[in-house]
Design a protein. Structure first.
Length: 240
């Protein structure tokens, strides 16, 4: 394992690794000690009490963060006719059908972050499964990226929509903003994320759903958060 740099070790020395912080404490500490020369992303990792090997315990969903992620996604839409026009008017970066499918297949073109498709296009788009699937780019009805309402899908993504999915280890990772956002916006984004995560709880799950929470910046160490503080976060920082 590579040796951590002086700045990382200096930040680590300020953290009580045996303590579980409140969300407010963790976010404040993370932002105060961000040291990279770029605007670091603030991330949350949540260990869930689920077994992803069972389909009825799969956790997957999406949320439009109130303050976005700090990154404007490049959106590709597979659509024809009027729906293609709607996608362009909504701000999609690339819109097409067979032409873009061939471009991806033949040129390995992947200069986009999100993909949307109308249902009638999925028969053709499915040919890209081996390319888009491993990169998490394949359109899906579960995340609202297979839809005839392409305009709303594009606007949601541009506004800061985040898709989340539990990994094989039972962990969900999500970006919740940039260090430059400041504490309040990060906390409001976190509240929106946890509201969506709780709604995504499978009916088959028994026992404790949220096992642990860690907040970190791109270059910083993880800060453990008290799972019992989720209630306070939602009460103080969630929307209407």
């Amino acid at each position: 394992m590579p040796t951590r740099g002086k700045k990382y070790r200096a930040v680590l020395a300020k953290i009580d690794r045996s303590k579980k912080y409140t969300f407010e404490e963790a976010v404040k500490l993370a932002l105060e000690n961000a040291y990279a020369k770029f605007d670091e992303t603030v991330e949350v990792a949540v260990v869930l009490g689920v077994d992803p090997r069972h389909a009825d315990q799969m956790v997957r969903g999406s949320v439009v963060l109130p303050h976005g992620t700090g990154k404007v996604a490049r959106v590709l839409v597979f659509a024809k006719g009027e729906k293609a026009k709607e996608a362009l008017e909504a701000g999609a970066d690339y819109v097409g059908d067979e032409d873009l499918i061939k471009k991806i297949q033949e040129e390995n073109w992947l200069d986009f972050d999100k993909v949307i498709a109308t249902p009638d296009m999925m028969g053709q788009v499915s040919r890209l499964g081996k390319i888009l699937g491993p990169r998490g780019l394949m359109p899906s009805t579960k995340t609202g990226t297979v839809t005839f309402d392409v305009a709303k899908a594009v606007r949601d993504i541009k506004a800061g929509k985040v898709d989340f999915k539990v990994d094989r280890a039972g962990v969900v990772h999500a970006p919740v903003g940039k260090v430059s956002f400041g504490e309040k916006k990060i906390l409001e984004n976190l509240a929106a994320f946890f509201e969506a995560l709780l709604k995504a709880k499978p009916a088959a799950v028994r026992g404790q759903y949220i096992r642990s929470i860690t907040i970190s910046t791109t270059m910083g160490p993880g800060l453990k958060v008290d799972i019992n503080d989720v209630r306070n976060l939602l009460a103080n920082y969630s929307g209407d």
